[in-house]
Design a protein around this ligand. Structure first.
Ligand SMILES: *[C@@H]1O[C@H](CO)[C@@H](O)[C@H](O)[C@H]1NC(C)=O
Ligand SMILES: *[C@@H]1O[C@H](CO)[C@@H](O)[C@H](O)[C@H]1NC(C)=O
Ligand SMILES: *[C@@H]1O[C@H](CO)[C@@H](O)[C@H](O)[C@H]1NC(C)=O
Ligand SMILES: *[C@@H]1O[C@H](CO)[C@@H](O)[C@H](O)[C@H]1NC(C)=O
Length: 507
């Protein structure tokens, strides 16, 4: 036996351990939860009643967490408002809030529940993580007392924040994120003064967290991915679907692809306000997703993901979103263009009157090109190519550039842009591109029945969104959803209601 062999053994052993610790893949879970809502009351309930409601929701979440752990999941995301629901004023949410400390305090609520003020919700979440050896991501409410020494302290002497928390498999609080882009009706909460970019490291990659409406804006969502280079985003949401471009599964999977990041989206389930749609998304497509407007069931999704998607062989190449579109001339004249509203935005459309062809439509700085071939040109369905370049101003204000291949609601061109859930036309081929003035373009492909098309399309380096072998199901839309963040209004104006108060629904 050679004398150095024990050393070699030790080295090999250490390497094996290191490799096991730094895993190449991990198992992710998200839970779509049919939240048990509080009664709508004008007066605040007692702290005991508030805790009872939160415990009834946590009973359901605990079942999902146990099941996820049994299936080998390393992390589980639960939805925004998943523990107490919504329908609150500033006063009526107060009994549901806990003071959530900065994770720097190094706290395991499960083993040290009395270290700070009573925090039964954090204690229970921490124990669920610890008992099941799994990272648990949840959304709860934080309260922070303030006084006149702070000129922006609210009159009632406290800040109230919509907050995501993450507990590690030992039950330690490792992340706390205060939602920055509150959605319009969230008057029960305050805006944090500055955006927080919250990340944490795990043996299976670097994680970032943000909430619901945040996904439409630059801070903190884009900062986490582009600057802080997280591998996976954790995304609790209470997302109301808006066809044709802002359905949860459609937009969230498109964001994962456009940004080149894993994305774990857990939605609440409440069909009367179109809340459904959760998923486990990789940069090259959905690994698992759930969309169900028929029943009121929750659903656990579990799927494997690459820990470091940027290092994976399937990672999509960097895209120049305008390269192809700038390199070609107009495909068609603009003789037959017409206008129409899509979720309050005035698009320019051109009808796809033939079974196949090459079309161009332009609005302001954006020209959209489409080459297509339908399997069959039906008499009872109309498709258009549309372009929009402008500031969206309803339910939030944000600057968009959009190219879309879209099915109209009926054969009347006046209905183009209205929500459509089903279609009958399959495409043998489509290739969509646009002269985008941004690097932030999210590619969406939605099939009949609000279904995704993982693996059936790709984005080329030159910015073309192309079907690979035709669509296996009829198409509702193929869209390039571009965001020009630098043309947005300042925060928090951009999240406010606008001059148009005819509000429908949105995230
Ligand atoms: C965790 O486990 C302990 C001991 O096994 C048990 O008393 C407690 O109720 C469990 N808590 C949760 C939240 O699962
Ligand atoms: C006001 O708040 C500050 C910071 O939260 C605290 O240090 C101070 O003691 C408070 N003052 C009073 C009078 O409560
Ligand atoms: C993208 O392609 C266009 C046209 O080829 C070129 O003008 C532009 O500089 C490219 N953009 C980037 C960021 O490389
Ligand atoms: C569309 O353009 C492609 C290439 O630019 C050409 O091969 C094809 O024939 C055109 N299709 C129609 C229907 O004009």
């Amino acid at each position: 036996m050679l004398p150095f062999q024990p050393l070699l053994h030790a080295a090999v052993f250490a390497l094996t351990v290191l490799q096991a610790l730094a895993s190449n893949t991990f198992i992710a879970a998200v839970y779509e939860h049919a939240v048990i809502l509080p009664d709508t009351a004008d007066e605040p309930v007692s702290p005991d009643d508030a805790l009872a409601l939160m415990n009834s929701n946590m009973d359901v979440l605990e079942g999902a967490i146990k099941e996820a752990a049994q299936q080998g999941a390393h992390i589980i995301v639960t939805p925004e408002d998943g523990i107490y629901g919504w329908r609150f004023t500033r006063e009526t949410i107060y009994p549901y809030l806990e003071d959530i400390p900065d994770p720097a305090v190094n706290w395991i609520p499960c083993t040290d529940p009395t270290r700070f003020a009573p925090a039964p919700v954090q204690e229970r979440l921490s124990c669920m993580a610890r008992n099941n050896s799994i990272y648990v991501v949840a959304n709860i409410g934080d309260k922070k007392p303030c006084n006149s020494s702070d000129p922006s302290c609210p009159e009632d002497g406290r800040y109230q924040y919509n907050t995501d928390v993450v507990f590690d498999p030992e039950g330690k609080l490792v992340a706390r994120y205060h939602k920055y882009n509150l959605f319009i009706p969230e008057t029960q909460f305050n805006y944090p003064k500055e955006p927080e970019a919250i990340t944490f490291e795990t043996p299976f990659g670097k994680f970032g967290v943000f909430t619901c409406f945040d996904i439409l804006f630059h801070e903190p969502a884009v900062v986490l991915v582009s600057e802080l280079q997280v591998d996976t985003v954790l995304f609790p949401t209470a997302w109301m679907n808006v066809l044709p471009f802002l359905t949860a599964v459609e937009f969230h999977s498109a964001w994962a692809m456009g940004m080149g990041v894993n994305f774990l989206a857990a939605n609440t389930h409440h069909t009367s306000v179109s809340m459904t749609g959760s998923g486990i998304y990789a940069p090259d497509g959905a690994r698992a997703y759930y969309y169900n407007m028929k029943t009121e069931d929750g659903r656990l999704l579990v799927a494997e993901l690459d820990s470091h998607p940027r290092l994976s062989a399937t990672f999509p190449p960097a895209v120049n979103w305008s390269s192809y579109a700038l390199s070609v001339e107009r495909f068609s004249p603009n003789d037959n263009d017409f206008g129409g509203l899509v979720f309050h935005d005035w698009f320019t459309f051109t009808e796809l009157a033939k079974p196949e062809g090459n079309r161009t439509v332009c609005q302001k700085d954006l020209c959209c090109h489409l080459s297509y071939k339908m399997a069959e040109k039906r008499e009872d369905e109309v498709y258009v190519l549309g372009a929009f370049d402008g500031l969206h101003v309803v339910e939030g204000q944000y600057y968009l550039q959009i190219c879309t291949l879209l099915k109209c609601k009926s054969t009347d061109p006046e209905t183009c842009g209205q929500p459509v859930e089903t279609a009958q036309t399959k495409f043998e081929m489509f290739s969509l591109s646009g002269t985008f003035g941004t690097n932030y373009v999210f590619p969406e492909v939605l099939y009949s029945g609000v279904q995704l098309a993982p693996g059936e399309f790709k984005v080329l380096r030159d910015g073309r969104l192309k079907s690979k072998h035709g669509t296996s199901k009829p198409l509702i839309t193929a869209t390039l959803f571009g965001r020009l963040y630098e043309k947005d209004l300042p925060h928090p104006l951009r999240t406010s209601p606008s001059r148009d108060s005819a509000v429908t629904q949105s995230p």
